[in-house]
Design a protein around this ligand. Structure first.
Ligand SMILES: Cc1cc2nc3c(=O)[nH]c(=O)nc-3n(C[C@H](O)[C@H](O)[C@H](O)COP(=O)(O)OP(=O)(O)OC[C@H]3O[C@@H](n4cnc5c(N)ncnc54)[C@H](O)[C@@H]3O)c2cc1C
Length: 426
């Protein structure tokens, strides 16, 4: 069964979807890609541009997953800070990972420019903001690390931060000017269109049900046809199923929730994020938000761990927004939705090559707008012959988590604990 897009703000405002008809019958290709989000679409585009014959199989429609419903924050960097990355992976690979992730927003904005993608893109910077002493110290440390590496970043504190955000909630923030925002569904549809124009075939309503090695190729079975390809890319992130052994259990799928206001009246809009940068909080539970080009506020954060569409399930986000900017009490909240992203136990994105010719990339830990897009280009490089050790992410074994079935309650417990820590200021 094909699932419709959630009734998000983006479903109403993004550029029109591409026509991605279901696979019909038998097909051959050099590369088959499962998953039509940023990872799969970016890989398809980069491969097709280099003349590779590529087919994307998407269970629903391009951009249906996290790529078409996220906060639209194009954030630089990995979850661990640069020094930690270099300590964990050594100065060579670690250094390349830091540069790759720091540059990932530029990959996004360059693609948008090159393919003229209409998706309200703005490179107006990302705030990483703290309101508690311990997190403020972390932010200062991270800022220093990026600045030492020559990133266009700066530290803002107290009054300057208050002026930039319109709220006195935060004491300390790193402003990284490589970041920015976009309409994510618009970006996904634009990537799909660019990939198709470059020669990729994209099939919606086409779930991959089984993968079999047959006569030196990979055969992917779907309800309406079969694709045989020399190479296979698995790009299913938070929606990963049991198509490939152990992959689903190598990540924790986590729901994140977003509520959006109507277009704000001019005086209210002016008071919210006057800098027009996007912001995410450094706290036990991440809250993230931005004001879009039409002056709507999009407020994202924790939520119940199931599909949600009732505004009553988003009241905690609305109350928090009103606490930041009391003028919001007079405005209407018009849209709410949620979706699944993928968390990894080590907080790094995972790249696997579990069998000859098979690649999987997932686990962006909430940084996928930039990182999934950049990783799609990296997957294309690997398919086109780049050596393992020339890649800017390590290829690792798939590690299924023990007790994976308990993830839902573990995430819920972590959220309650995190909420408590934030309230108590721990
Ligand atoms: C609510 C929310 C807010 C977020 N906010 C941000 C943010 O502001 N900034 C940021 O950087 N990141 C954010 N993220 C994370 C980011 O959206 C993801 O990391 C990124 O979109 C992952 O892209 P992807 O292509 O790997 O996966 P997805 O976009 O999730 O795509 C996977 C696709 O695979 C398909 N699929 C799964 N199994 C099969 C199968 N067997 N056959 C065929 N198709 C299949 C699914 O239908 C889905 O469309 C957010 C995520 C959510 C849910």
């Amino acid at each position: 069964m094909t699932l419709p897009l959630p009734r998000s703000l983006y479903a109403e405002t993004a550029r029109p979807a591409v026509r991605a008809a279901p696979l019909d019958g038998e097909k051959r290709a050099s590369v088959a890609i499962v998953g039509g989000g940023f990872t799969g679409l970016s890989a398809a585009l980069h491969l097709a541009e280099r003349g590779t014959d590529v087919v994307v199989l998407e269970a629903n429609e391009p951009g249906w997953g996290a790529s078409g419903r996220n906060g639209g924050q194009v954030n630089p960097g990995l979850k661990p800070d640069p020094d930690t990355v270099e300590r964990d992976f050594g100065p060579d690979l670690g250094g390349r990972m830091v540069r790759f992730s720091g540059n990932a927003p530029n990959v996004v904005f360059d693609l948008i420019k090159r393919h003229q993608i209409q998706c309200e893109a703005e490179q107006t910077g990302t705030f990483r903001a703290a309101f508690q002493a311990r997190q403020a110290a972390e932010v200062r440390e991270t800022a220093g690390q990026w600045i030492r590496r020559g990133a266009p970043a700066e530290l803002l504190e107290n009054a300057a931060l208050h002026r930039a955000t319109g709220t006195s909630r935060y004491t300390t923030a790193l402003l990284d000017r490589r970041g920015g925002s976009l309409n994510p569904l618009g970006f996904a549809c634009g990537l799909a269109q660019a990939a198709m124009q470059a020669g990729a075939a994209i099939h919606g309503a086409t779930p991959a049900r089984r993968v079999v090695r047959e006569n030196g190729a990979w055969r992917v079975d779907t309800p309406s046809g079969t694709v045989r390809a020399e190479r296979l890319i698995l790009a299913t992130n938070g929606y990963t199923d049991d198509l490939w052994p152990h992959l689903r259990r190598s990540i924790v799928p986590v729901f994140s929730a977003i509520a959006a206001t109507e277009t704000l009246p001019e005086p209210v809009a002016k008071a919210i994020m006057p800098s027009r940068s996007v912001l995410y909080e450094v706290a036990s539970i991440t809250v993230y938000y931005r004001r879009d080009r039409h002056n709507r506020l999009l407020m994202g954060g924790r939520g119940k761990q199931r599909d949600l569409s009732d505004m009553r399930d988003f009241q905690h986000l609305i109350r928090y927004a009103e606490r930041l900017w009391p003028a919001l009490k007079a405005v209407r909240w018009t849209h709410c939705w949620n979706g699944q992203l993928a968390i990894t136990p080590d907080h790094y994105p995972h790249l696997h090559e579990p069998a000859p010719g098979v690649l999987a990339a997932l686990g962006y830990n909430g940084r996928g707008v930039a990182m999934a897009t950049a990783t799609g280009a990296l997957l294309a490089r690997r398919v086109l012959g780049a050596a393992n050790d020339a890649l800017d992410l390590p290829i690792t074994d798939i590690r299924a988590m023990p007790f994976h079935r308990l993830w839902r309650s573990a995430v819920a417990a972590r959220m309650v604990y995190g909420r408590l820590r934030d309230v108590l200021g721990l």
